[in-house]
Design a protein around this ligand. Structure first.
Ligand code: HEC
Ligand code: HEC
Length: 381
């Protein structure tokens, strides 16, 4: 049953985000009114007070698209929308239901559940620092936060609500009509405004100044434990026979996102019993060499908060993820050439248990600050 649903939701998300024009309802957002009798809306441009999103220690400046500078008004509106259950057809699910603040804006369930408890097939990643992702989703099917925000609402599992349905619901609520007017000027509420407001709010969710950042960039020698320092050394070792974490989850000279815009088959999706991949990942979007079963390298920032792990939420603890890498992932035909060698022969057997602990300790130093206004004042976990 889960498989059927997965195929259904993937297929829809796919056409939504990678085949412009296939669904007149979504991409490009402004073209939607073609043929519906509704006059096309002007491109939505924020009219409020532009704000500067300050990057915390350890992170680069936040990339801002020209046509959607964040304003006080759009960010406020985007935050309200993110936490509002009106987004789902039956008013039970909000963005925050799956991107849950106490869980680092990720989902503690292995795969997300949407309206009516329907299950998807993938774990919801954190939206903290999503502002830095050059490509979004596990399979990279959305290029920007704006495009991403058009996805979940039309995904039957996630929010089960058409974009037009959301526009209508919002237009009937005077409080929202006023907030949209303040943010976008007078006129009809369009989904483009909704998507852009959500994107601007999410761009403010930058999280750095972690113990690692204070140690590595702030020169604070005691910000992380000795075990974590040893873990960092292993992490930075580029040998395929000893960890090689850094070649995918990047650490850079001036700041680190702990991610990269590349996809790898690490073997998470490989089922050795059936000899098949459980999810084709990137290949579904862009078939190519080694792309079957490949997923985006996701950030490791705030990783201690965002269990369970991997695209399918199949690993419950950080210890499990480390065991996985020490085994060289799960060997299969398409496994990435950057994956560590099984057994990590460069780390002496007697030191492996400690090495694993040190790597986990290091990952725990990546929990950063979350901006003060990330949740509404009345938010209760
Ligand atoms: C029912 C659960 C659910 C709801 C509700 C939901 N999401 Fe998601 N979200 C997911 C899952 C699962 C993924 C990963 C899907 C994939 O990659 O195939 C995801 C991915 C994302 C990403 C991409 C992050 C990245 O780094 O690639 C962003 C951004 C995001 N969601 C924002 C939102 C916003 C904004 C809303 C509300 C409009 C929302 N989500 C509602 C489950 C949900
Ligand atoms: C070849 C590139 C590559 C290397 C090397 C690599 N990773 Fe990953 N990492 C990935 C990809 C891709 C994913 C997502 C895989 C999936 O879900 O199918 C991932 C996922 C993870 C996750 C889970 C993230 C989440 O939010 O669910 C953790 C933790 C992790 N890696 C830690 C490490 C550590 C520690 C090392 C070094 C021992 C390492 N990685 C080496 C590419 C890599």
């Amino acid at each position: 049953m889960v498989t059927t649903l997965r195929t259904a939701s993937c297929a829809i998300a796919l056409c939504l985000l990678s085949t412009p024009g296939l669904s007149g309802d979504s991409v490009p957002l402004r073209a939607r009114s073609r043929g519906t009798g509704i006059p096309p809306a002007r491109p939505a441009t924020p009219i409020g007070q532009v704000i500067n999103i300050e990057a915390p220690l350890g992170l680069p400046p936040v990339p801002i698209p020209k046509d959607n500078p964040p304003t006080r008004e759009t960010v406020f509106l985007g935050r309200k929308l993110f936490f509002d259950k009106l987004f789902s057809r039956d008013n039970t699910v909000s963005c925050a239901s799956c991107h849950d603040p106490p869980h680092g804006f990720a989902d503690p369930r292995p795969v997300s559940e949407g309206v009516n408890g329907l299950k998807g097939s993938r774990n919801a990643p954190t939206v903290l620092n999503a502002a830095y992702n050059e490509i979004l989703f596990w399979d990279g099917r959305a290029p920007t936060l704006e495009a991403q925000a058009a996805g979940p609402v039309d995904n039957p599992v996630e929010l089960a609500h058409s974009l037009v349905g959301v526009e209508r619901k919002l237009a009937a609520l005077p409080e929202y009509v006023e907030l949209f007017e303040k943010a976008w000027g007078p006129g009809r509420i369009t989904y483009e405004m909704v998507a852009k407001s959500l994107a601007s709010y999410q761009r403010t969710l930058v999280s750095g100044n972690s113990p690692f950042d204070r140690y590595y960039y702030g020169g604070e020698k005691t910000a992380i434990s000795e075990s974590a320092v040893r873990g960092l050394k292993l992490y930075l070792n580029p040998s395929l026979k000893a960890a090689n974490c850094v070649s995918c989850h990047r650490i850079d000279v001036k700041f680190s996102t702990f991610t990269e815009p590349r996809f790898h088959n690490t073997g998470v999706a490989w089922n050795p019993q059936t000899g098949q991949l459980t999810d084709l990942g990137r290949w579904l979007i862009l078939p190519g060499k080694k792309m079957a079963g490949a997923f985006r390298t996701v950030t490791l920032r705030n990783i201690a908060l965002t269990a369970p792990y991997m695209h399918d939420g199949s690993m419950k603890t950080l210890e499990e993820t480390i065991d996985f890498y020490f085994e060289g992932g799960r060997p299969n035909n398409d496994i990435s050439v950057d994956m560590p060698h099984p057994g990590l022969p460069d780390i002496p057997k007697a030191e492996q248990a400690q090495a694993k602990k040190d790597l986990v300790e290091f990952m725990k130093t990546l929990t950063g600050d979350v901006p003060q206004n990330a949740v509404p004042p009345d938010f209760k976990p």
